[in-house]
Design a protein around this ligand. Sequence first.
Ligand code: PMP
Length: 384
Amino acid sequence: MRAQDIPGALLELQQQHQFRQRHILETPQSSQVVIAGKSYVAFASNDYLGLANHPALIEATQQALSRWGVGGGASHLVAGHFAVHEQAEQALARYCGCEAALLFSSGYAANQAVITSLVGRGDAVFADKLNHASLNDACLLSRASFRRFRHNDLQHLEELLASTPARTRLIAVDAVYSMDGDEAPLKELLQLADKYDAWLYIDDAHGFGILGDGRGSAAENRLQGERLIYMATLGKAAGVAGAFVAASQQLVQWLVNSARSYIFTTAQPPALAAAVLASLQLIAGEPWRRTRLQQYVRSVRERLADVNFQLMPSRTPIQPIIIGRNEQAMLLAARLKERGYWVPAIRPPTVPEGTARLRITLTAAHTQDQLEGLLDCVVAATQS
Ligand code: PMP
């Protein structure tokens, strides 16, 4: 893109209702946020358990800042790996029932690390069509043959596995699909991985903290085995930032020695590792947050099914309403905003063409009144 082409490209995005703008939050992450001086009840974040602004996490981070300072100062391999990082990794591994865990500054970096460290030219990656963009980018970067199977279609996956010659095979899936809220058939995927001697890489960004009593999708499905690699992000239900990979000790050692997005980046600030430790205590110790979420999921589905909305098969806090046209989704989001509710309209290329949607995300920080207010408005906005 040359500089002189940018204005035209931006205009085109506007005309297609695909121009994106950031909202500037003037208050912390919560069920109620202020944007441009106006307060909204927000159904927009991935802070599912309501921990991003929790006093225990703030307190732990403040104490850790006093003890460890702000910056990591170097990459983990050079001089940026602190005792608190080590402690957080051990706690995460224990919690997920894995031998070892490795912390990353983001899920994006973790996905790159695992995929590019295990597959390259001559290998093949098999990816669900609805996988997160960070997984797709990692697959492309790896230079392995990149085969995409129809969403949750095990038969299609098996056809591709059987027909793609490769030295190393890796199946990569989201455990919970971020824009739909539905889940991958993990048990069956692990069986296919066993049958075709492939790795199964699970991105549980939206399941960790929520499913399996908080331990995530792999634990809920009692998945185990040397082919399994589990990744979860820490900026969503955990309310912090970063991600971790949980696997065997040897795989973690291999990542430390080979993953470029681990080696060539500054370590996550150590105070955030302390925040992760505090968050784990709440994830494990306050199951009422998940119980409340389940109750909210039921309320949304019961109420919106009554008025014939197209919902997705989701039992997770991601409860999208499929609208179809970009313009229509934008209009509905704007109507809700006028009434004081912030629900993002998600458009292509984030979701397939013709499936623009309102992506309602529920959190344990919402109240039943806030939720009922939203549902009343959604029904009214789509009928007016
Ligand atoms: N995987 C999935 C499924 C995600 O939804 C996201 C974040 N939206 C990521 C990975 C990337 O994680 P992070 O935001 O920590 O980079």
